[in-house]
Design a protein around this ligand. Structure first.
Ligand SMILES: Nc1ncnc2c1ncn2[C@@H]1O[C@H](COP(=O)(O)OP(=O)(O)OP(=O)(O)O)[C@@H](O)[C@H]1O
Length: 252
């Protein structure tokens, strides 16, 4: 394993009952980079993303074969899944703040991990909101319900909530598909800023977005990883003709 590899995925198969949704995926994902997962609807992008923090465990009938190492640990071995999910945070397509105050949203994870001291929580909340580039917009209304914010603000609250437990990786499943263009750019700028400290893996249907922000791109088709490499190269000079057809909008 190269020393900047965050995830090392080997011969990964995933079944939903009898249906094989991921087929022999091999992929080394670098730390402190943005890796984009692209491909037509139903090709397995979200399924793959969820294997990285074992969110698929929550779905009945799922079976995983092969291995995924996070740093040097097999995450399908005998590990603490709760700890894994605090190391590997997740942000979803639809902003999903909890129906509680902005402060309580961000303090939720740290409190669940046993942090009770008000001064410490204050510090974590401020730091997380600053990192998610939303502190200035909400610092005067931390006690208000997070559901009163705009969609773009709610998504940054969700990113702050994920950051509050000090993860190493952020998984983002189409984080901007429900947002307007300006909010989308804010999240893209934020992701670019965050990659200095975190490894980011993002599912996107937006090819321009993948080209704009990612270092590496993975093209999935029918459960297979068809092509994976430097984003600039994959978009300018793809090896596989199906990749080319997809990125030039000829299918999907
Ligand atoms: N919970 C589930 N049970 C059974 N099959 C599932 C389940 N979730 C996904 N699948 C199937 O697995 C395949 C991959 O789905 P997945 O959602 O990972 O694709 P995707 O590339 O993320 O699609 P989209 O871009 O539409 O979100 C699809 O054929 C889908 O129908």
């Amino acid at each position: 394993m190269k020393n900047n590899t965050k995830f090392d995925v080997k011969d990964l198969d995933l079944y939903y009952g009898d249906f094989k949704a991921l087929k022999a995926v091999n992929m080394a994902i670098n730390e402190k980079e943005i890796t984009a997962l692209i491909g037509p609807s139903g090709c397995g992008k979200s399924t793959f993303l969820r294997t990285l923090n074992r969110m698929n465990d929550l779905i009945e009938g799922v079976r995983v074969e092969g291995s995924i190492r996070l740093d040097d640990e097999d995450i399908y071995g005998d590990i603490d899944v709760i700890k894994l999910r605090s190391r590997v945070g997740m942000v979803f397509q639809k902003p999903n703040p909890f129906p509680m105050s902005i402060f309580d949203n961000i303090a939720y994870g740290p409190r669940a991990h046993g942090i009770k001291k008000k001064s410490q929580l204050n510090e974590i909340v401020e730091k997380s909101l600053r990192r998610a580039a939303i502190w200035d917009e909400v610092k005067d209304r931390l006690k208000r319900n997070a559901l009163g914010l705009s969609g773009g603000q709610q998504q940054r609250i969700c990113i702050a909530r994920a950051l509050a437990v000090e993860p190493e990786v952020l998984l983002m499943d189409e984080p901007t598909s429900a947002l307007d263009p300006i909010s989308t750019l804010k999240i893209e700028d934020l992701a670019t800023e965050l990659k200095k400290d975190y490894s980011i893996i993002i599912v996107t249907h937006n090819m321009q977005q993948a080209a704009r922000i990612s270092d590496k791109t993975a093209f999935f088709l029918l459960g297979e990883l068809l092509e994976y490499g430097e984003t600039d190269k994959l978009f300018s000079n793809p090896v596989n003709e199906k990749t080319e057809a997809y990125i030039t909008g000829r299918f999907g």
